[in-house]
Design a protein around this ligand. Sequence first.
Ligand code: GLY
Length: 722
Amino acid sequence: MNEKNDILIVGGGAIGLSIAIDLKLRGANVTVLSRDFGASAGNAAAGMLAPQAEAIAPGPMLDLCLKSRSLYPDWIDKLEDLTGSQTGYWPCGILAPVYPETLETTQNQANSANSANSAAPDTPAYWLDRATIHQYQQGLGDDIVGGYWYPEDGQVDNRALSRTLRIAAQELGVELRDGIVVEAFQQRQGRVVSLRTNAGDLSAAHYILATGAWSNQLLPIPVYPKKGQMFSVRVPVPQSPFEDETNQANYGHRLPLLPLNELPLQRVLYGPGTYIVPRRDGRIIIGATSENVGFTAGNTANEMQQLLARATRLYPPLGDYPIQEFWWGFRPGTPDELPILGPSHCENLTLATGHYRNGILLAPVTAALIGDWVINQKADPLLAHFHWQRFVTAAQPVSPNPIPVTKIYPTVSDQSADSFNHNSPAEVSNSSDVNSMINLPATAVSAKPANSKLLEALDPEPLVIAGRKFRSRLFTGTGKYRNIKEMQDSIAASQCQIVTVAVRRVQTNAAGHEGLAEAIDWNQIWMLPNTAGCQTADEAIRVARLGREMAKLLGQEDNNFIKLEVIPDSKYLLPDPIGTLQAAEQLVKEGFAVLPYINADPLLAKRLEEVGCATVMPLGSPIGSGQGIKTAANIEIIIDTVKVPVVVDAGIGVPSEAAMAMEMGADAVLINSAIAMARNPAAMGRAMALAVEAGRLAYCAGRIPVQAIASASSPLTGTITS
Ligand code: GLY
């Protein structure tokens, strides 16, 4: 360990800096690494402290938000005292007007808000009728028929806060390193050993991930960017402080405060689809869109037009105020919109990310809870609700054998022979599904299946890849299924032991890839992460590293397999031989077992074997084309010339083609589309498995030579002739 760094925090946004300050105050040596301190969601936000206006449902999240809101006054005092800098904290209350079309639902909410008021005095909420709300706040849209008043909600100037947090961290002696790109958490046996960065490897006793919307570029946790577009206007007062100093808009704390009576708005307005946040210096911040567009930068006319319309409907005077700035940012969203806080899969890595719409609000409580956890190993009971594992334990997983015997022919493989199995031998061999299927009476099926012992006697050699043994020689995938259930059924029916998963699709939660982690029993199925979607060697290398993390997160600590795909062409999906070779060389150096997808090029296959690849995976015909084995002649040369396993990948459409590949001497086949897109994927999965076994046994058995003339089945010698 580098003694100077007790703790390395990755991410220099409001969350990372708040944690750094808390830890430093508890006596730790802390370094914060940031790619760009200015890019965080906290800089782009409006700074609302709005657990009630945001209508967070009662439960642990609301408890967390209310706790954080209650920490705010003291936390701000401490920061401002320490730095002499102002944060613009203003517990101004939030008014949430409603329109006629939402009156009914909001009246119901008003009733519960009022009852919550009597039940929870620290979260008062008042319903204001039409006359009262217009009297209370001049200038509201005419069609507003009432609204809530949340006196305990408020705001902070998020940019001023971010700046203050930086100053506080610096003054306390936290090392802030800007321009550091962390490329990977390097792990061994459940611990992070170092961070690989553009400034070399960095190590510490403990690590904290606080990279917000960018979190799943480092770890495969489900945090996704939710873009928000915003703008600001300024109050048109005479002698505006902005006239010569528009740039200072970025530094609200430097602008003089206006007398309260010169501010047309003295509280936040929170309306449907928009909010309006007046600052004490005369700026008014208006937000925000919520878009699933990845990291697409920029303000767009359509979205801004809608936002402007919503804001001016809520508060029409805005329409005459000069616009000051447009901007956008990326909230770190999670599937359940709750943050990910606390322990991770590595004992010395703590997670503090996914704060979605509430990062600024949650900064103090996050810092306090994470500080307590890291320094004192004290887990506040609230933390349990925000554990990352909630995303991997929910569903009933599929293991290779749960298909009802009435639907599918019984198995011919013995899963307990797997060398990779993570369960104890007892757990595996006790699988009643396996036993019941293997021991089925012959009458239950149309043809008596070989049992696993017989199969092993006939073909004693397992498939060995990078030292791991597999009985099944059929790899399947997870793409293109109509639904998760069909995927589960077909994986089970195929009895495959290796399933390839597109890292990018899991990362982006692409259709059909939500819940994949839970849908498959990764104690039984060996994950083969793949780099599908990567067009260059560099991209593939980066995604491969994420794939390794993904497998680790799912409990396959020692899984270093990567199916390497570098595919620049989207029409034929043909792999780039040069990019593949470059990426393979690098990944082999990094300790990966590389399984490259290639055109059926014998020379390339040889080169890939020479650089240390664990297999080669030549294509039969283009991916998903179902054209069968069009490259048979070259595949035969590859089989003849390389010693690593040859896995025929892509193009197989029907079981006879799978059998053909195996009869040629391929060591395995990978089939996805032909199974996933079949009318009955489970039946096709089973059919492919049988074909692979048949082809393999035929190869082992040795075919008869092809002859030009007939050779009678019954010997002619000894026949009785007249
Ligand atoms: N908390 C406001 C927003 O995320 O837009």
